[in-house]
Design a protein. Sequence first.
Length: 479
Amino acid sequence: MKYAFSNEQMRRADAAAIAAGTPALELMERAGQALARAVSTAMQKKGAADALFVCGGGNNGGDGFVAARILHEAGEDVSVLCLAGHFSPDCAAVRERYRGEVLGRIPRRRYGVVVDCLFGTGLSRPIEGENAALVEFINGCGAYVIACDLPSGLSESGIAPAVCVHADETLSMGQLKQALLLADGADVAGSVTAADIGIPALERGAEVWEAADVKKLFPVRRSNSHKGSYGAACILAGGAYSGAAFLAAGACLKSGAGYTKLCVTERLFPYAVGKLPAVVLKEFKAIDGDILAADCIAAGMGTGVSERLYVHIAELLGAYTGTLVLDADALNTIAAYGAEVLDKKSCKVIVTPHPKEFARLVDKGVSEVLADAVNEAKAFAQRRGVVVVLKNNRSVITDGERVAINPTGSPALAKGGSGDVLSGLLAGTCARGVAPFDAACAASWLLGRAGEIAGERMGEYAPDASDIIGFLPDAMCSL
């Protein structure tokens, strides 16, 4: 398992390392050495004869001056482009040690590798003026672009404004940064590597699950087992829309649960007969003992928003003792009739909103939610006592204490129904007895991996949600 940290967490860790006796200049030297190695490797792989470091006047620029000095002293053809008028004390000190070429204006010469050392995490305002011109130059230079720490302009929440470096590779100094995983970070950072420069983490970062972590939740099955060994999941879905119910139940069938029960309305029931022969099909009339006997219930997919649904949700929260997954219209109904219903519950609850659904739950704008996705999700989880899966290209998962950022995914998942697939997969995983937070991390990882495989085999435009279900076995086998 890896961990990702906020910019503020890294600033505190950096300050603690300095206070413990490691000079700031020593940390800058280590960062520069790591960056020099990354640039040298890129030059060799790309067959590049030269490199240009675009440096600001802060400590990110200092890392660049150190790396440029190391490569220059090793005989490499490197230059530095720096338009800064003011320098931090540490940046000024390492700048004096660099004896290579320093350019005072944007060159016409083309370089094989260009290194972004403008701002890193030290940016607190939009990039303007000559710095915006430098970003435009980096993005349009046609070179292989390496970003030092963060692509300049990328916000801590992973939002990339109009003026932002688009890198082919990012070297995150000290620890992995959350911004490189969230939202636009996945698009502008390129391949991401963390460089250990001797800054120990002070606090727990966001978990970034890997295949080995997911695999632990899908152990080899005993031969002496049966369907009752692997739990029962119940899907309460459909009504306004039929497809959601079948997608959720179809994904649940691939999850490893022993039983998948699908409960649909009277209107939908005739169309559901024979649709998925492996499910236990039931016509929904009321919350009864048969439904409450399931190890996990997933509700709200394609149901439509109604006061009647709100009453059923309240019934489930009060009477059910398993794990309840609330998705789609269950969340829209809660937003419409009152989120306080979540406060009185006898069961464990997982909510799986996309940003717009989450914005309705917290009565904020979508952009406001995405501007601080980790803390927004964490605050809601703490307040309501639930596990939140805030779905996005890189979903945020939290129980209010632990936080995870799912690293898998593909634009192939950007289709209606992908969330229904996640709900079914999550319900079946919980039904097997996996704890809610862990199940949410595993199901999100597997859905993302299935999307990646679908994109590789079908292209990112063609797959629909039913195709994603078909690739879930491949995702599990990839473990």
